[in-house]
Design a protein around this ligand. Structure first.
Ligand code: SF4
Length: 256
């Protein structure tokens, strides 16, 4: 069995507890205008050309699960520090969960901590498979208005809440991650919906972050134009931080 991977990042520190290997899987069903990993959106292999060196190639390779396992297990000794392990990111890693399942079983047998970064707008059956093995779900909160979510990111907010309900019953909502974007997620009505959501669903931690322009060269290399969003004033970030803190929720401002 193979999965389609675009990158494997060892010694990663921001995608869950401890030292981690982050596996970026190809393919996403959403289309966030602020996406920092545009090379992972299409499931198809994505051609890139480096504008400076003229080097070209493809993002995406099909990797046998056993080869991926060997890559992950290389850092097993480091994982022991602070509960490190492997994180599946993307794209939307849940889209390949059926193919990944045999690997997840093996990682569990080895007692490797497994995290997944997900936008959670996928069929609930996929989430149910993941829930059997995943130690920490890191879940995005993006645009919560139904029509706006559909229009801007091609999302399905009903599915999102259905999946949150499922994970919440299992006490498996671990971390919520919120990208702060003036034009979308920071709109007043969206922030109100985010606060309602955080009131309803218990989590271990909320992480908020500013999006950055560091993906510009990646957009360039795959022939896409990156949309630049407004710089956010620190005061706005503090406001969101304080509103979340006031709910008695553990909140961090992070840099990705
Ligand atoms: S869900 Fe993530 S990978 Fe998919 S388009 Fe949005 S930001 Fe990009």
């Amino acid at each position: 069995m193979k999965v389609r991977v675009s990158n494997i990042q060892r010694f990663s520190l921001h995608d869950g507890p401890g030292i981690r290997t982050t596996v970026f899987l190809k393919g996403c069903n959403l289309r966030c205008p602020w996406c920092a990993n545009p090379e992972n959106i299409d499931f198809e292999k994505t051609k890139f050309t480096n504008k400076t060196t003229k080097e070209s190639g493809f993002f995406g390779q099909d990797i046998e699960l056993m080869d991926l396992y060997s890559e992950i297990i290389k850092d097993k000794l480091y994982y022991k520090v602070n509960n490190g392990g492997v994180t599946f990111s993307g794209g939307e890693p849940l889209l390949q969960i059926k193919q990944l399942e045999p690997l997840l079983i093996k990682l569990k047998q080895e007692k490797i901590n497994i995290c997944i970064e997900t936008a959670l707008q996928v069929p609930t059956d996929f989430v149910k498979i993941a829930a059997k093995y995943i130690d920490e779900f890191i879940i995005d909160i993006k645009i919560l208005d139904k029509d706006e979510c559909k229009k801007v990111i091609n999302g399905n907010i009903d599915l999102y809440f259905k999946n949150l309900d499922f994970l919440s019953k299992n006490d498996q909502i671990n971390i919520f991650r919120i990208p702060l974007i003036e034009e979308y997620t920071l709109k007043k009505h969206n922030i109100e919906k985010i606060i309602d959501l955080l009131n309803k669903y218990k989590c271990k931690k909320v992480e908020i972050f500013k999006i950055h322009n560091l993906a510009e060269s990646k957009y360039d290399s795959i022939g896409k134009e990156m949309i630049k969003f407004s710089e956010i004033e620190s005061k706005k970030i503090e406001d969101v931080y304080n509103k979340i803190k006031a709910l008695n929720v553990n909140v961090d401002i992070i840099k990705l």
